[in-house]
Design a protein around this ligand. Structure first.
Ligand SMILES: [Zn+2]
Length: 403
């Protein structure tokens, strides 16, 4: 929540901020719950179904009071802190929309790069486009003490760069990932684990274990070795007969197109009406819907997030109503927050030093000075530099301690 949101809120009774703050303010359950949406009653099981023509804004303060009284809920968990703001006046914030979905797309690529053992190629590509990125390993907190691979999460500016500049072919390949292995290549411990999980007898020598597992799963079935990546997809067995074995699992060109089309959609939200990149609400709805269906086809249903649902079903409503929603967002305030954070670390004494001046005051005064300089178009005169030696000559030091 921020000051800008409150400003619009008081004047026009419109609210815009990030998802989590909205759930707290409006008393709605979190984004991973059954009734996740802030605007409609779409359920988790329906989030992937983009054949549904529309989801109208159905939430209301009246419904909320009624549901809370009767205990049926539908995602309402607390009373509304801002009952004077209608659900139809909560505008999705395009900055968070872009960042959250971009991050999802990027993390998918990182996971595939790990699966294909292409981490180095990913790091080289990030370096090529000028984005700071690295992997590191951390000890997991489970009993096996296995190390977990982690990676840096890019900032909003970097994400925009990644989505538009990355050449996915430089990072991943179309081929099947190397984690698919024959049942026979599993270790005895792994074989026993799998058999135990399936409720089968796990005693005997390796050959017996292999044949028992193959009898249950069918011949030619391959096993996905457990990778240690954080976002590993959760299935273990693949039906792979020999014909299908060489079939590509990833459509890298398709994914590249998906990234470009996503950027087009986000740029449309930032473009002013009657400009080249601008899209009318209906056009935006259709393109977003086609994009989301393609996203499902090329990636995973589990990765369809509430933000994608919002982009397809609720952003068009606000586009139609306001024409342009980029102004009714928090990007300006987020930018200021970012600048102030930079100023805190770079241009204040962080509550230390001899002069005890409030840090917030220092930041505001600095900003004031910069605004004054910009308005008056002043040029900075370079100060002359005079080297000061902090080393006290030995003779002076002796004098000081003897006095
Ligand atoms: Zn919805």
């Amino acid at each position: 929540m921020n000051l800008f949101s409150f400003f619009i809120l008081l004047k026009y009774r419109i609210l815009a901020c990030d998802w989590k703050a909205l759930t707290i303010l409006k008393g709605i359950n979190s984004a991973n719950s059954q009734f996740f949406c802030l605007w409609c009653y779409c359920q988790k099981s329906q989030i992937c179904d983009f054949s549904i023509p529309s989801w109208d804004i159905k939430r209301s303060s009246k419904d909320q009071a009624h549901e809370l009284r009767n205990g049926s809920r539908r995602g309402y968990i607390k009373s509304d802190l801002l009952p004077f703001i209608d659900y139809k006046n909560i505008v999705p914030d395009d900055l968070h929309l872009r960042i959250r979905i971009s991050l999802k797309l990027f993390n998918q690529i990182v996971t595939w790069a790990i699966d294909q053992k292409n981490e180095e190629r990913l790091e080289v590509e990030m370096k090529r486009i000028g984005v700071s990125f690295h992997f590191w390993e951390e000890q997991g907190d489970d009993k096996s003490n296995a190390s977990v691979k982690k990676w840096s999460q890019p900032s909003g500016d970097d994400l925009k760069f990644i989505i538009t500049k990355t050449q996915l072919r430089n990072i991943i390949d179309d081929r099947q990932d190397r984690h698919l292995v024959n049942v026979a290549s599993l270790s005895v411990v792994q074989l026993r684990d799998e058999l135990r999980n399936m409720g089968l007898d796990c005693k005997g020598k390796k050959a017996e274990l292999v044949s028992r597992l193959e009898q249950t799963l069918g011949r030619g079935v391959k096993v996905r070795a457990k990778a240690r990546s954080r976002l590993q997809v959760n299935f273990q067995f693949h039906d792979c007969d020999d014909d299908k074995d060489n079939r590509p699992t990833l459509d890298v060109d398709g994914l590249q197109e998906l990234w470009i089309e996503f950027d087009d959609l986000m740029e449309a939200l930032r473009a002013l009406p009657q400009t080249e990149k601008y899209m009318e609400s209906n056009e935006f709805h259709l393109k977003a819907k086609a994009w989301a269906s393609k996203f499902r086809k090329l990636t995973f249903d589990e990765d369809v997030t509430p933000y994608i649902h919002t982009m397809v079903y609720h952003v068009p409503y606000f586009l139609k109503r306001f024409g342009f929603i980029h102004d009714i967002g928090v990007s300006q305030v987020e930018r200021k927050n970012y600048d102030h954070r930079q100023a805190y670390f770079g241009s204040t004494n962080r509550s230390g030093g001899k002069v005890k001046k409030k840090v917030s005051l220092q930041i505001l005064q600095r900003e004031n000075r910069m605004l004054y300089i910009a308005r008056e178009k002043l040029l900075r005169e370079k100060r002359s530099y005079k080297k000061v030696s902090h080393v006290i000559p030995y003779s002076q030091w002796i004098d000081r301690i003897s006095n």
